[in-house]
Design a protein around this ligand. Structure first.
Ligand SMILES: [Fe+2]
Length: 409
């Protein structure tokens, strides 16, 4: 029996397996590297490495890959096939992964939290719970998940700074800005490359409308997060929000072209940022020229994918803005089929909130403001359930507000 970086018993039949797992977790903390590739290389030759498949599957899910994607099923089957050979803690990870893959992210988060009650240093469980709650708007659980285990941690334990970064983001989303900012800044002192902690502080500054401080914060930390492949585009997006408020539109366009739109088709969370920024600019009356046309080509592979309601809403915005009526029709049809064919919390969220939100956003872009307002107003207090952050979802409130104002005039 091996032990991982945090001293937890770890099932592996090859000596290099635990090293690969530790390195993948380091990558995960830093939003960089290729953790999936590292894990799969070893998982394919180590017959005991169930945790490898759990982590690759979860990384894909959290990155926006649909739970019905064949890769997720393959990895879930591989993890389950190894179940009898691994510890009870690792078995619990397999069960939580299966729950998440079934479209039940909140329930999965609670299963990772249950692992943490016995193993509070299980950073993979903490991180998975954090992400799962984030993706379904479970703010209170996201905050509490870290708060519950913090007493068991101190700065002698690896990843302590990263845990503070997660704690800061949970506090921020729950509206506890003072504690969030203190914890986030402390996390960055401990781990300057903790881009999630940098991100938590950026959220506080945005929510408190401290726009100049927000710009300075991200500029002054840029060298520590610009190499974080999986988050850098989102931090540039955050940089743009206060710049828009300060009227620095040329700079925003330049950042979009140089740092945000340079993502590929697999990066759904980054595509969300692209869409969100262009939509925000248009709400301000800015002409974004042909940028929707370029963006829609990157999104198109995900038309029949309904991993998360928040991604669906951003895809609908992109399709209607680019004027691809045929693709938009296909998206709406497949969304309808997904709602009819699935029976889980994710499909329920899309059915009860995501669908009307999409239709409302489409109506807004078509200048059908009355229809937009009547579709979006009834769901506005439930929009948090589609996941993402308060700052991301603020776009929908701004759109509804704009629709209502246009109807009134
Ligand atoms: Fe954010």
């Amino acid at each position: 029996m091996a032990t991982d970086k945090l001293g937890l018993d770890f099932t592996a039949s090859l000596p290099e397996t635990v090293q690969a797992f530790n390195e993948a977790m380091d990558d995960y903390m830093l939003f960089s590297g290729e953790p999936v590739g590292k894990l799969l290389t070893i998982a394919e030759i180590d017959p005991d490495f169930a945790m490898g498949y759990c982590l690759t599957g979860c990384l894909r899910l959290f990155g926006g890959v649909s739970s019905v994607h064949p890769r997720i099923n393959l990895e879930l089957r591989a993890a389950k096939a190894r179940r009898s050979r691994v510890t009870l803690r690792e078995q619990a990870h397999i069960d939580a992964f299966e729950m998440a893959a079934g479209g039940e992210l909140c329930a999965a988060g609670q299963m990772w939290d249950a692992i943490l009650t016995e193993f509070p240093h299980d950073m993979m469980a903490a991180k998975c719970a954090h992400e799962a709650y984030y993706l379904v708007g479970e703010t209170v659980r996201m905050r509490q998940s870290v708060q519950n285990i913090l007493p068991a941690w101190d700065d002698s334990i690896p990843y302590y700074g990263f845990l503070l970064g997660m704690g800061a983001f949970g506090l921020e989303e729950a509206g506890d800005y003072r504690k969030a900012e203190d914890m986030g800044r402390r996390a960055v002192e401990i781990e300057p490359h903790d881009c999630w902690a940098v991100h938590a502080v950026a959220h506080v500054l945005q929510m408190e409308e401290r726009f100049d401080e927000g710009i300075d914060w991200l500029e002054s930390t840029n060298r520590n997060w610009d190499g974080a492949t999986w988050l850098r585009g989102h931090l540039w997006w955050h940089q743009c929000l206060p710049l828009i408020e300060n009227g620095k539109i040329d700079r925003v366009i330049q950042i979009f072209d140089d740092h945000i739109s340079d993502c590929d088709q697999d990066m759904v969370t980054r595509l969300n940022d692209c869409t969100s920024l262009l939509w925000r600019l248009e709400l301000k009356g800015i002409d974004v020229e042909d940028r929707w046309d370029r963006l829609v080509d990157m999104w198109s592979v995900d038309i029949i994918d309904h991993a998360f309601a928040v991604a669906g809403a951003h895809l609908a915005m992109t399709l209607v803005s680019a004027g691809g009526e045929k693709k938009l029709g296909r998206f709406l049809e497949s969304q309808h089929a997904y709602i009819e064919g699935e029976n889980n919390t994710n499909s329920e969220i899309i059915e009860t909130i995501g669908r009307d939100l999409c239709l409302g956003l489409i109506a807004y872009r078509r200048a059908e403001y009355d229809k937009a307002a009547s579709l979006m107003a009834p769901v506005k207090d439930q929009i948090y359930r589609i996941g993402g952050s308060n700052a991301q979802r603020n776009l929908f409130q701004l759109t509804l507000q704009a629709a209502v104002e246009k109807v009134a005039h």
